[in-house]
Design a protein around this ligand. Structure first.
Ligand SMILES: Cc1cc2nc3c(=O)[nH]c(=O)nc-3n(C[C@H](O)[C@H](O)[C@H](O)COP(=O)(O)OP(=O)(O)OC[C@H]3O[C@@H](n4cnc5c(N)ncnc54)[C@H](O)[C@@H]3O)c2cc1C
Length: 487
């Protein structure tokens, strides 16, 4: 049954000002969804589909105004899909749902309150009746000298675009550089972590780099060096060993260098040193060595496991260490330890396949709870795994037994992910983009300066003449001296 509550709250718009306003009774329960990614977008959409505005208010909080479909990031980095097409804008995809742009910086479930920090302006709090946590994951890093300064992650669209521009920019610069050491360094591209994201990102960008070099005089294919450093003795743990080895052999044939059972020890100033003693210089280090639950959960009073994930039942209700359901709290996706009922004793892997399905089940269960219905357990058998290894290349296992290699696997990869991409307009845009690329060949131009668009204007800006310049504030020592002199 929908409840009416008396918790005061600011409206979604102008929330910080309203925070100080007098308490107003709320007529319908408010469901606050933390994160507008796979879990947030799909659960909010499903809830809104099942409940009208008179039944519940739904608020999604995310620092970004869009959901990113991360499985397509490697193709964004390779230029096969435009960056704008892999994001679903919240305002368009979440009709009749309120959105608040800002970071959740504190969760006080005891008081049914969250703190939101916008990019500009002061933090403010909003209250809720039901909480859905879909805060996803962040890159899991290690304290390696030079890593924070030199490397880039591969978790969001901004990073994918930056990796693309960096690789193309280095290739272009190298083609006009005579210094052999500098050229070598510019043309060495290093990826750390051979899981799904790392292998797809490296394979796709290597393919793009080869296409870029084809049109260029001054750089030879043999000058381009892609290096993968992976701590375990195999790549793609999500695939069977046979299929992972197929992918490994295919990439080795393309000249990609693999260092398995190897860790990155240091990369200060781009000088890579590995645990096995390999050393080289590189301008590009992409960190794809796994993820961990969003650390903001550490600020909350919600129960977490050893790995910082929200503990939930298969019904996606948050549960404490004693097995008691935490009322009004739900969680799914990368930030939650969702029991895998097909593999008892294990948890669902952090992937979009699970996150999207969990989100829908979560919404159905939350709806049932509000209507005194039964909750169901999330149970999903992995449909398969598909990975792209560059244009027209891939590897896939479907339903645990059908193995595809090369072109058919790549087609399957594209078909599966375009069907999972939210909103019809995005599906159409991506497909037309692919047709365009197929007809006209892919675009390999680097827009490197996009990352500092004011640089040129700064350089040509007329300097302020000393007489027009505002008087510089007196240095404290000079000011003291002046004051003493006045006395
Ligand atoms: C490069 C790459 C390739 C991948 N390939 C595949 C694949 O091929 N197949 C597959 O199934 N899965 C793949 N995945 C994994 C898949 O994308 C994730 O498992 C899935 O997106 C998880 O959904 P989520 O909702 O839990 O998190 P996300 O979709 O990441 O959503 C989390 C949301 O929380 C928001 N957020 C973060 N911090 C805050 C905060 N403090 N306050 C408010 N909001 C916040 C973020 O902006 C984001 O919108 C890939 C991931 C990556 C990075």
């Amino acid at each position: 049954m929908p409840q009416t509550d008396l918790i005061s709250d600011p409206p979604a718009q102008n929330a910080s000002a309203a925070a100080a306003a007098a308490p107003r009774p709320r007529k319908v329960p408010r469901i606050v969804v933390l994160g507008g990614g796979s879990v947030g977008l799909y659960s909010a959409r499903r809830l809104r589909k099942r409940m009208g505005r008179r039944e519940a208010a739904i608020v999604v909080v995310d620092p970004r105004p869009y959901m990113t479909y991360a499985p397509f990031l490697p193709e964004v980095a390779a230029g096969s899909i435009a960056d704008r097409d892999v994001v679903a804008p919240h305002r368009r995809a979440l009709k009749r749902v309120d959105t608040l742009q800002g970071k959740v910086t504190n969760i006080n479930h005891g008081e049914r309150k969250i703190e939101i920090t916008p990019e500009e302006g002061d933090s403010y709090e909003i209250t809720y009746d039901h909480l859905v946590v879909g805060l996803g994951s962040v890159a899991r890093t290690l304290p390696i000298p030079g890593l924070a300064e030199e490397a880039i992650g591969f978790k969001n669209v901004e990073e994918a675009v930056a990796v693309r521009n960096q690789i193309l920019n280095r290739i272009n610069l190298a083609s006009s550089t005579w210094d052999p050491d500098l050229r070598k360094r510019m043309l060495t591209f290093t990826f750390i972590g051979g899981g799904f994201a790392g292998i797809e990102a490296m394979a796709e960008t290597e393919d793009m780099a080869r296409a870029a070099v084809k049109n260029l005089t001054g750089v030879d294919q043999s000058d381009v060096r892609f290096v993968m450093i992976e701590g375990s003795d195999r790549i793609l743990p999500e695939l069977t060993l046979e299929m992972a080895n197929y992918a490994l052999d295919e990439m080795k044939k393309r000249g990609i260098e693999f260092h398995l059972s190897t860790f990155l020890s240091s990369c200060v100033d781009g000088h890579v040193v590995t645990s096995t003693g390999v050393e080289f210089d590189t301008d590009t280090i992409v960190w794809t060595a796994g993820v961990k639950a969003n650390p903001v959960l550490g600020t909350s009073d919600l129960p977490l496991d050893r790995m910082g994930r929200l503990t939930v039942l298969a019904t996606l209700q948050v549960v404490d260490a004693d097995g008691n359901v935490v009322p009004d709290a739900w969680g799914a996706g990368d930030c939650a330890a969702v029991p895998d009922l097909f593999n008892p004793g294990t948890f669902c892997p952090p992937n979009a396949q699970h996150a999207i399905r969990e989100a829908k089940m979560l919404a159905d269960n939350l709806y049932s709870t509000l209507h005194s219905g039964e909750v169901k357990e999330y149970k999903h058998k992995n449909l398969g795994t598909v990975a792209s290894l560059g244009l027209h290349k891939g590897v896939a296992i479907l339903f645990g037994k059908i193995k595809l290699r090369g072109f058919p696997a790549w087609v399957m990869h594209r078909m599966y992910h375009v069907s999972a991409m939210p909103t019809a307009s995005r599906k159409i845009r991506i497909t037309t983009n692919w047709v365009g690329t197929w007809l006209l060949r892919r675009e390999v131009v680097s827009l490197g300066s996009i990352h500092d668009p004011r640089a040129e204007f700064r350089a040509v800006s007329a300097p302020v003449k000393p007489k027009d310049a505002p008087a510089a504030p007196a240095a404290p020592a000079a000011k003291d001296a002046e004051e003493k002199a006045d006395k």
